[in-house]
Structures are given as C-alpha cells and as structure tokens.
Design a protein around this ligand. Structure first.
Ligand code: PGA
Length: 255
C-alpha cells in the first residue's frame, strides 16, 4: 500500500526563530488532532533542518526534508549543500526538480537525474516534482512534458531505487497563483503518471508510488483533490506557512 503524505514546502520563508516556533506549533497540533496513518513532512530551508529534526524526535508523524541538494558528493562548490550533509542531520526527504529550481536556476532533466542519483546514494527520499507551464497546457503538450520529465529525470533508476521516490505533480500555472487544478484535471494527470510508471516498471511499482498534487492547495480544496483515486497527498507551499491551514490539510486523511 502506498503512503499518504502531506508535505510542506516553506521555500525561502521563515527566519530561524520563526521557523522553530511554527514547527513547535505544528507538532503540538498534530499530536492532538491527527489520527490517521498519514505522514507529514516539512521541507524547510537548510538552516532550520538540524533543529527541526531534534524537535521532532520521538514523534514519528513528522519527517524533515530539504528543498534542494547538489549533484556532486562534495568539493569546491562554494555555497552549495550536499545530500550527505542533509542526511547527516537526520532529514529523510529532499525536494528535487521544483519548477522554481527549473525556472530560476536552469535545472534541466539531465541535471535532476544526477541529483536524484546522489540523493538516493545518501539515503534521502527525493520528492521529485514535475508539471507543465500554462503555455504547454494551452498548446496541449502537457502529457508530453510530463512523460519527458519522467523519462529523462527518473526512469533511468532501477525498480528498487525508483521505489524510494515520491512524485509530485505541480502544474506551474497553479503554484502560488491561487488557481488550483480542478480535481478532474489533477486526477487525469496522476492517472497518466501512474500508467507511465506501470509501463516503465510494472503495475505493482506503479500502485506503490505515492503521487502528490501541488499548486494552491488549501484546506478548502484538499478534501476533493485528495479523494481522487490517484492522488496520495499534497505538496503544500503557501498554506504550509500557517499552522492551522497545514494541519487542516494533514487532517484530510484522518481516520
Ligand atoms: P503553493 O506552492 O501551494 O504556494 O501553490 C506549492 C509548491 O510550490 O510546492
């Protein structure tokens, strides 16, 4: 059975003290209110990671993740952070291929394939993001874009390594815009992603892959999105910065 995951992506928000108080608030609320088997992940800036891992100790509902990692093992890459460093503070996930990294930092599918290999080598679970731009959707290229991002970014992996990934479908036009994909649009792409995984690997691998939806997800629209058969949770940006909203989204999976 695939995991249900609600992951927060803080992006470049929250100074150190703000981040620690938000996370403490989250832990307390989740302890009291979350009753299902869902997993919550917080992908904070690097600077918070070590302290957040410490705060989450003894509380298995929360895992921590980074938002990027370098493709090289180590070396003369001033200002960069390695997968090994991230793992060494106890983080378990890393977001790779977020559209903001693709767009503002020129990250290509080839580069992301390398980042994925290095992250996996150091025992991190990549949350691998894919998604089309508005222009690509309007010119009816969205299925091709998704297919290509998967083929070039992650389909070089063997079955065991692929099993460590979480895939996040994030239509670029829905990120931070307040425009959400309709549940039917999201389900259509999620089913397509699962079909692509099944034809590359097999049906079992496809059925076991957690596929998250991201893009203007809120407590209001999450119940309908998460009720779709191929949507296994969310990657939440803006709403993950508000403890009440984020916990309400996690609670969509309460039993
Ligand atoms: P958003 O961001 O929820 O603010 O749209 C989602 C993301 O970029 O992961």
């Amino acid at each position: 059975m695939r995991k249900k995951i609600v992951a927060g992506n803080w992006k470049m928000n929250m100074d150190y003290n703000e981040g620690l108080s938000l996370f403490s608030e989250l832990i307390n609320m989740v302890k009291d209110e979350v009753t299902g088997k869902q997993q919550a992940v917080v992908c904070s800036p690097f600077i918070h990671l070590h302290s957040l891992v410490q705060l989450s100790k003894g509380y298995t509902k929360f895992s921590l993740g980074a938002q990027n990692a370098h493709q090289a093992e180590s070396g003369a890459y001033t200002g960069e952070i390695s997968a090994k460093m991230i793992r060494s503070v106890g983080a378990e996930y890393v977001i790779l291929g977020h559209s903001e990294r693709r767009q503002y930092f020129g990250e290509s599918n080839d580069l992301l394939a390398k980042k994925t290999d290095t992250a996996l080598k150091h025992d991190l679970n990549p949350i691998f993001c894919i998604g089309e731009t508005l222009q690509e959707r309007e010119s009816n290229k969205h299925f091709d874009v998704i297919k290509n991002q998967l083929a070039e970014g992650v389909f070089h992996l063997d079955e065991t390594s692929f099993g460590k990934l979480v895939i996040a479908y994030e239509p670029v036009w829905a990120i931070g815009t307040g425009v959400t994909a309709s549940s039917a649009q999201a389900q259509e792409i999620h089913a397509f992603i699962r079909k692509e995984i099944a034809s590359k690997y097999n049906q079992q691998v496809a059925d076991d892959t957690t596929i998250l939806y991201g893009g203007s997800c809120t407590p209001k629209n999450a119940p309908e999105l998460f009720a779709q058969p191929d949507i296994d949770g969310g990657l939440i940006g803006g709403a993950s910065l508000k403890s009440r909203d984020f916990v309400d989204i996690i609670k969509v999976y309460n039993s």
